[in-house]
Design a protein around this ligand. Structure first.
Ligand SMILES: NC(=O)c1ccc[n+]([C@@H]2O[C@H](COP(=O)([O-])OP(=O)(O)OC[C@H]3O[C@@H](n4cnc5c(N)ncnc54)[C@H](O)[C@@H]3O)[C@@H](O)[C@H]2O)c1
Ligand SMILES: [Zn+2]
Length: 386
C-alpha cells in the first residue's frame, strides 16, 4: 500500500514587552500590575539572595495586591549556578506542584541569570508552559540572559544542555536592583555588553571604552546605560535577525562562547559567566585578526577595555589539558559544533558593529589563538578568577 502523508503547518506569533525602570516596586509598580493583568492568579518566586538584599520586597508586593490578580503566594529559594541542576529543577517543579498555578496563571520570577534560567525552564515545563514574567536582578541578566528566549539547566558536565526556547510574557528591568549587586557581578556583565557592541553597535563599543573606569568602579548610572543599550541590541537581534529559536547554524549572540562555556566548566563554578566570556571574546578576536576576518586591528582595543573594567578571567584554565591530551578548552569547539548540529559556524566582527559568519574556522589557528591569548595575559599578570 502507498504511504499516506499529511503535512501540517502553522505559525504562532510571539510578542513580549521589556520595560526599563528605576523603581519597579514603588513609583512604577503599575508595570508589574500591567504585565500580570488578564491572568487568573499570580505566583511569585524570588531568589533568596535578592530577598536578603531587598528585605522590603514582600511588603512592597503585598501593597500591590489590590492591582493584581489573586495571589498564589511568594516563595523563595537559593539561586546561583547550583539551581541550574537536575536537583534544582526538581525542587522548582515540586514548588510549582505545591503552589499549583494553572495554565492561565502567571509566575513572576525575580532573580539573577542562573535563577531565571532554571526557574524559567521549570515554568516552561509545568503544564507544558505557564506564562513567565521576569524581573532580572543582576546586570548580566538585565543586559543579556533575562531579556532573551532561552531557559536551561546544566547537565552531564555541560552548560545549558537541557533547556527550551520559552519567550517570557514580559520582562521588567529595574535598575534599582543593581544597587545591591557586588562589584564583581557588575563588572563581568560588561563582557556581554562588549560582545553585542562588537557585533552590532560601534558607538556602544566606543562608549564602553570611554567609560571603562566608571564601569570598573561599578558606577550605577554608567552601568544602567550600558545594560539598557545592550538589552536593546539583544532584543533587536532576537526580534529582527530572523532566527529567534536558533534553527540556523550560525549563532551570532554566541560570539566568544564556544570557549567561554568550556572555561566555565573547567573553572568549576569559580568563574562568573561574563568572566569566561571576556576570555572567549579575546580568543575569537585574536583569531579574527589573524585569519584576515577583521578589517582593522581590534584585539588590543578589546584587551584594553576588558582590563580597564578589571574583569578577572579564568586565564590559568587556558593551559588545562584534557583526557585526549589536547588543550581542554578545545573540547568546547566540538561541543559547539554538536550543539549547532553538524557544521561549525562561528560569528566574528569584521569591524566594530558588523559581523560575518564563518563556516569551518581553522581549528589549528583557533588553538594558536588560545595559546597566544594565554601567553599575552599571563605576561600582563592580570587578575584571575580564584
Ligand atoms: N538564557 C540565556 O540566554 C543566558 C545568556 C547568558 C547567560 N546565561 C546564564 O546566566 C547565568 C549567570 O547569570 P548571573 O551573572 O546573573 O549570575 P547569578 O544568577 O549566579 O547571580 C550572581 C550572584 O548575584 C546574586 N544576586 C542576584 N541578584 C542580586 C541583587 N539584586 N543584589 C545582590 N545580589 C544579587 C546571586 O545570588 C548570585 O550569587 C549563567 O548560568 C549563564 O549560563 C543565560
Ligand atoms: Zn553569554
Amino acid at each position: 500500500m502507498a504511504a499516506h502523508v499529511i503535512d501540517t503547518a502553522f505559525t504562532i506569533p510571539y510578542a513580549y514587552r521589556t520595560c526599563f525602570t528605576d523603581d519597579l516596586f514603588g513609583a512604577d509598580a503599575h508595570l508589574l500590575a500591567d504585565a500580570c493583568r488578564g491572568h487568573r492568579r499570580v505566583l511569585t518566586l524570588v531568589e533568596e539572595a535578592v530577598l536578603d538584599a531587598r528585605p522590603e520586597l514582600p511588603d512592597a508586593l503585598a501593597a500591590l495586591a489590590p492591582e493584581m490578580p489573586p495571589s498564589l503566594g511568594l516563595r523563595h529559594l537559593p539561586g546561583g549556578e547550583q539551581l541550574k541542576s537536575e536537583d534544582g529543577l526538581h525542587r522548582l517543579c515540586a514548588l510549582l506542584d505545591e503552589a499549583a498555578p494553572c495554565r492561565q496563571s502567571a509566575v513572576v520570577l525575580i532573580g539573577g541569570g542562573a535563577f531565571l534560567d532554571a526557574a524559567g525552564l521549570a515554568v516552561a515545563l509545568f503544564h507544558r508552559g505557564v506564562d513567565q514574567i521576569r524581573v532580572p536582578t543582576t546586570a548580566l541578566s538585565q543586559c543579556d540572559s533575562g531579556v532573551g528566549v532561552k531557559n536551561a539547566i546544566n547537565a552531564f558536565g555541560r552548560k545549558n544542555l537541557l533547556g527550551v526556547f520559552a519567550p517570557p510574557h514580559a520582562v521588567l528591568n529595574d535598575a534599582a536592583m543593581l544597587a545591591t549587586l557586588p562589584l564583581r557581578e557588575r563588572r563581568h556583565a560588561i563582557a556581554e555588553c562588549a560582545k553585542v557592541a562588537l557585533l552590532r553597535d560601534a558607538d556602544l563599543f566606543a562608549w564602553l571604552e570611554r567609560h571603562a573606569e566608571a564601569l570598573a568602579d561599578g558606577d550605577l548610572p554608567t552601568l544602567r546605560h550600558a545594560v539598557r543599550r545592550s538589552a536593546e541590541l539583544h532584543l533587536l537581534h532576537i526580534g529582527t535577525a530572523g532566527d529567534p529559536f536558533e534553527h540556523r547554524s550560525a549563532r551570532p549572540l554566541d560570539f566568544g562562547h564556544w570557549a567561554a562555556h568550556r572555561l566555565e566548566a573547567l573553572a568549576r563554578g569559580q568563574a562568573r559567566h561574563g568572566e569566561a566570556v571576556a576570555l572567549g571574546l579575546l580568543i575569537d578576536t585574536w583569531y579574527a585578526e589573524h585569519a584576515g576576518i577583521l578589517d582593522e586591528p581590534l584585539f588590543d582595543r578589546l584587551l584594553r577595555l576588558l582590563t580597564a573594567c578589571r574583569i578577572p578571567m579564568p586565564i590559568r584554565h587556558l593551559d588545562d589539558i584534557g583526557p585526549d591530551g589536547d588543550l581542554a578548552v578545545m573540547a568546547g569547539l566540538d561541543e559547539f559544533r554538536e550543539h549547532l548540529g553538524g557544521s561549525l559556524v562561528l560569528t566574528f566582527p569584521t569591524v566594530p558593529g558588523q559581523r560575518r559568519d564563518c563556516e569551518n574556522p581553522d581549528r589549528g589557528l583557533l588553538k594558536t589563538a588560545v595559546r597566544a591569548v594565554a601567553e599575552r595575559l599571563q605576561a600582563l599578570h592580570l587578575p584571575q578568577t580564584p
